[in-house]
Design a protein around this ligand. Structure first.
Ligand SMILES: Nc1ncnc2c1ncn2[C@@H]1O[C@H](COP(=O)(O)OP(=O)(O)OP(=O)(O)O)[C@@H](O)[C@H]1O
Length: 334
C-alpha cells in the first residue's frame, strides 16, 4: 500500500487544483485502527490566493485562540508535515459533505405530465428544527472563525462536512484561501485583497463588482446562500444553473432574487461597473420570501429576519455571524 508522510494511504477522498485529500491510517497500526484525512499540497503548483503555508498558520491561530474555546463546528489541524515539495495537513476524517446530507433527506418521485412525459421531482424533507440546528451550528463555526480575525473566503457546501450521513452537526473545513487580518501575514493588503475567491453561487455581490477592501461579510453572504439551499423545496439555491459558472449571470440572478442594490451602495462607490449597472439595468424588486425560503417563510419568522439581515447589500448593514446566531436563538436581540 502506498504511504504519504509515513501514513498508509487507503483511498483518495477528494481534492482541488492544488491538493489531494486521502483517507489514511497509521502505517504501524493494524488496518482496523483509527483513520484520518491527510490533505497533501504540492507547494510549487500553488497559485495565489491558495497558500498551504498560510493555511497551516491560520489553522494554528484558530487552535491557540483562547476566547470561548474551540468551536466544534470548525475543523481542527491535528498535525502538519513538510518536505521540500509538499505540505501535509492531518485532519479528523469526515464521511459526508453538506450535499450528501441534504440528498439523504430528499425524496425523489416521478411526476406524470399532461403530455405523457415524466419528470423527477425532488422534495427536501429536512424539518424546520433540522434546518435551524444546521444553521445555528454553521453560524457558531463562522462566528468563531471571525472572532479569530480570519475571513474564510470559501464557504460553500463542499467545505461543510459531517461525521456521517445521519449527522446534523456541520464542520467548516478548508482554510486554503482564507485571509488572516490585518494583512494576511504580509500576503495581501487589506484594501487590495484578491476578489477571485469563493465558489459559484456563494460569491458575495461586492466580489462580483471587484470590491477589494471587503471583510467578513463575504462569508456571511455565502452562508446565507447555504441557508437558502437548506430552506428550499428541492435542495437547491434560488439561482439559475448558469450563475454557478458566470459572474455576470450570478449578478443578474442576485438582482432577480434580492432586488436592485441601493443606488448609493457605499462598498461600490468607486466602481465603474456599478455606476454603469445603475445607469443601464432596470430596477428590480426582491422576490417574495416564500419563493426564496419556501420551507420556513411562513413558519419561522426569526429565520427569515436573520436571512434578510445576512443578505443586506451594504456590508456595514449586513449582520455579522454573531448577530445572526443571536437573532436565531434569542429573539429579543433584534
Ligand atoms: N477532513 C476531511 N475528511 C473527509 N474528506 C475531506 C476532508 N477534508 C477535505 N476532504 C475532501 O477533499 C475535498 C477537498 O478538500 P479541501 O477543500 O480542503 O481542498 P482544496 O484544495 O481547497 O479543494 P478546493 O480547491 O476544491 O476547495 C473536500 O471537498 C472533501 O471532499
Amino acid at each position: 500500500m502506498p504511504q504519504r508522510f509515513g501514513f498508509r494511504v487507503l483511498k483518495r477522498l477528494g481534492g482541488g487544483r492544488f491538493s489531494d485529500v486521502y483517507e489514511v491510517g497509521d502505517a504501524q497500526q493494524p488496518l482496523s485502527a483509527k483513520r484520518y484525512a491527510l490533505k497533501v499540497v504540492e507547494l510549487d503548483a500553488e497559485r495565489p490566493p491558495h497558500n498551504a503555508r498560510n493555511e497551516v498558520s491560520i489553522m494554528g491561530k484558530l487552535k491557540i485562540h483562547k476566547g470561548e474555546g474551540y468551536s466544534v463546528n470548525v475543523v481542527k489541524l491535528l498535525a502538519e508535515f513538510t518536505n521540500p515539495m509538499e505540505i501535509g495537513l492531518m485532519l479528523p476524517l469526515y464521511k459526508a459533505a453538506l450535499h450528501d446530507v441534504v440528498s439523504h433527506h430528499c425524496r425523489v418521485r416521478t411526476r406524470f405530465n399532461l403530455d405523457g412525459s415524466t419528470s423527477k421531482v425532488v422534495r427536501n424533507e429536512l424539518t424546520v428544527d433540522d434546518i435551524r440546528h444546521l444553521v445555528v451550528g454553521l453560524l457558531d463555526g463562522l462566528a468563531f472563525i471571525h472572532s479569530c480575525g480570519i475571513i474564510h473566503r470559501d464557504i460553500h457546501p463542499s467545505n461543510i462536512m459531517f461525521k456521517d450521513i445521519d449527522s446534523l452537526d456541520p464542520v467548516i473545513i478548508d482554510f486554503g484561501i482564507s485571509y488572516d487580518e490585518p494583512d494576511n501575514n504580509g500576503l495581501e493588503a487589506p484594501e487590495l485583497k484578491f476578489t477571485d475567491i469563493a465558489t459559484g453561487y456563494y460569491k458575495a455581490p461586492e466580489l462580483l463588482l471587484s470590491v477589494r477592501n471587503y471583510g467578513t461579510g463575504v462569508d456571511v453572504w455565502s452562508m446565507a446562500i447555504v441557508m437558502a439551499l437548506l430552506c428550499s423545496e428541492g435542495g437547491t439555491t434560488p439561482f439559475d444553473k448558469d450563475a454557478a459558472h458566470s459572474d455576470l449571470a450570478l449578478l443578474s440572478n442576485i438582482v432577480r432574487v434580492f432586488g436592485s442594490p441601493p443606488k448609493d451602495w457605499e462598498d461600490c462607490k468607486g466602481s465603474r461597473s456599478f455606476a454603469a449597472m445603475n445607469e443601464h439595468f432596470f430596477a428590480s424588486e426582491p422576490l417574495p420570501i416564500d419563493k426564496v425560503l419556501p420551507k420556513v417563510a411562513t413558519v419561522d419568522k426569526r429565520m427569515v429576519k436573520v436571512f434578510r439581515g445576512m443578505t443586506k447589500y451594504p456590508s456595514k448593514e449586513r449582520w455579522s455571524a454573531i448577530e445572526a446566531r443571536k437573532g436565531l436563538i434569542d429573539p429579543e436581540e433584534h
